[in-house]
Design a protein around this ligand. Structure first.
Ligand SMILES: [Fe+2]
Ligand SMILES: [Fe+2]
Length: 301
């Protein structure tokens, strides 16, 4: 009998404390959850802004299979040449940023991964158009890459979409369009996990936003005082800095049915560094015996 596919997708990794927590926990999470695939959005991994090649390589070496991104992908200039020179690196930038076929952007918006036991998984990264810079329509960009029926009928064991967007209505609309055509659509970008983890009627796992891997005693991972000052004054004086403190992890755990490629089971994954803070722990059952060990790993103790 074919084994169902087990996936953990983590939300935006913010700064050194976020990526340290992810890198320390990744090996144990892989083992405990018997993961076939571990992905994360890494658009804020470099001090809150973008991703450097060295940071990307460190995250991948720690046990992540693939990194997605979003509007901050070009914040660190070194990543531009790196993606141009390493077109097959498992690092995605939003697919629909590329609107000039004669002058294509570096990098790619999707990857087909061969994972254990010969399974084939496609991961696509698209970006929204509401309250973000103009880009191609995410659904029209997606259409060539997703079949009109179950992922299995397209020769895929799973098809996952990271929809990096601000507006919940836009995220839900794309999810409804993709229901029955993909395994999961996960929102990233707002850094705050939403409480709507579900499987839509035709088998698509969905959550409007899967949260961030960063310090939650903050404003979306950044030092609260400096962000508040920005909102109070018209001239931003202080550059935003990542919040200091122990990072928590947030994402989504999905089990995908081997025979169809649709989601069979879905659960939020939230490992809080501090039980009285903004994030409350909510873990798949298999992680519960390891909760304290994982929490110690967050801070590196
Ligand atoms: Fe982000
Ligand atoms: Fe973003």
């Amino acid at each position: 009998m074919r084994k169902n596919l087990r996936v953990l997708f983590l939300g935006d990794i913010v700064a050194a404390n976020g990526r340290g927590a992810v890198m320390r926990c990744a090996p144990l999470l892989r083992e405990v959850l018997a993961l076939d695939l571990l992905c994360a959005n890494a658009e804020n991994a470099a001090h809150g802004f973008g991703l450097t090649p060295k940071i990307a390589e460190g995250l991948l070496e720690s046990g992540l299979d693939l990194l997605t991104s979003g509007n901050h992908i070009w914040d660190q200039p070194q990543i531009i040449d790196y993606l141009r020179e390493n077109p097959t690196a498992p690092i995605l930038r939003p697919l629909n940023m590329d609107s000039a076929p004669r002058n294509p952007l570096p990098g790619r918006g999707y990857a087909d991964l061969e994972i254990a036991a010969g399974k084939r998984v496609r991961v696509i990264n698209v970006i929204g158009r509401v309250f973000l810079e103009a880009c191609e329509h995410p659904f029209f960009a997606l259409e060539e890459l997703i079949s009109a029926s179950a992922p299995m009928e397209d020769g895929l064991d799973a098809l996952l979409i990271d929809f990096h967007a601000e507006a919940t209505g836009e995220k839900l609309s794309l999810a409804r369009l993709c229901d029955g055509r993909a395994s999961a659509l996960l929102g990233t970008h707002t850094h705050i996990p939403s409480a709507d983890t579900c499987i839509l009627p035709k088998g698509l796992a969905y959550q409007s936003d899967i949260g961030m891997c960063g310090c939650y005693d903050s404003i979306i991972g950044m030092d609260s005082e400096k962000v508040v000052e920005r909102y109070l004054k018209h001239i931003p004086r202080a550059r935003l800095e990542p919040a200091r403190g122990v990072a928590s992890l947030s994402g989504i755990f999905i089990e995908i049915e081997a025979t169809t490629g649709y989601a069979k089971y879905v659960e939020p994954f939230r490992l809080a560094a501090n039980e009285t803070g903004m994030l409350r722990t909510s873990l798949p059952e298999e992680c519960l015996p390891y909760k304290q060990e994982l929490q110690r790993m967050l801070s590196g103790d």
